[in-house]
Design a protein around this ligand. Sequence first.
Ligand code: COA
Length: 365
Amino acid sequence: MAPTDIRIVQLEQPLDYEGDTKWLQDGTHAVYTAYYQGVYGNTDPVRDAIDDVITFNDQNDNIRRWWCAVSGPDGDPASVVAVIKCDLNMQDQKLVDISLVVHPEWRRRGIGTMLLHFAEEHPDLVGRDVLINWEGAFNAAIDAGEQIQAPTGQGSAPANTPGLQFALANGYTFEQVERMSLCSLPVAPDTLERFIAGSQPQTLGYRTMVWDDCVPAEYLDGYAVLMTKIYTDAPKGDLRFEEEVWDADRVRRDQEAAKAKGWRRLIAVAQHEATGELAAMTLLAWKPDKPTFGHQEETVVLAAHRGHRLGMLIKALNLQALAEANPRCERLYTWNAEENDFMLSINVALGYRPYGGNCVVQKLR
Ligand SMILES: CC(C)(COP(=O)(O)OP(=O)(O)OC[C@H]1O[C@@H](n2cnc3c(N)ncnc32)[C@H](O)[C@@H]1OP(=O)(O)O)[C@@H](O)C(=O)NCCC(=O)NCCS
């Protein structure tokens, strides 16, 4: 049973970063910071509170139901002891993406169970029967003990991963392991040159471009096609989410949100010269006020254009561009499904090393 003085507070739209609810936003940020600090010993993966505010206020593609579990006086960020964020996809009307974190000092008191049950039974989630929880991080370097194999056949998670045990206790099934990898920069310039030159014979007939922050207007539609493929073309085990169609407007909104959050981006693409089709994209992002690390985000090559070493080519070009745009960057993080052999082999060749992992769990109801 959760402590009886806990109350559940819903975040209301629009959030104002400097407004009355700032303590809830700062408290949420503190919970996620303690979570990542506890698992990895660093807070690079934590998104700033302002990022959360902007994400929450954009409810074009997801209805966001985010709740805090609060113990203590209103107005004090330290009163926020746990958070559950439920994103109700507007296209895939069966799906709820969940992120649930209990502050490490408040665990094993039933608070996680209380918040999860509250959310699952909330009227806004009625009719949504695919619940996917994306938290469940573990540190591969520390947790080398007993492992539980992912049902995909590739990757495993330490049996003592709190998120996994909690999920199993709450009727979720373990579906997939995401590998978190770290690349220490700089990658030697001649290594990048070698990969770029090595891809040349196969990439004849493709033109590459690297864009700062934004996709030029004439490429927005083609880029939206690439973004649509990202979630369905990457291996997803038995996770039951559906295709999510992007259009030019959504690409623009996504860019504006990244800019408002203070992210800089580099986008490398390959265009098929004969047809003009955008065949591949990859995106790197960092914040200039935290220049020592960044994230390797989406990468996709359209199925018809695979096998030409385009993935390696655009990733190497983007790393070259990053070395120029942000030479202070020392650490790049990325997440991939453990069974995504093609992507992982490119990353490993470029110097990414396993750093941690994440258990993805699902409940079908
Ligand atoms: C997972 C998490 C949300 C659990 O929160 P919590 O408030 O500690 O969970 P509860 O106290 O409600 O635990 C309910 C049951 O889950 C299981 N469980 C939870 N944490 C566990 C752990 N560390 N080891 C083994 N079992 C665990 C137990 O069966 C527990 O019941 P018990 O305490 O009576 O044995 C919390 O550890 C956390 O925030 N972890 C990091 C983020 C994350 O993994 N999110 C959830 C992903 S599904």
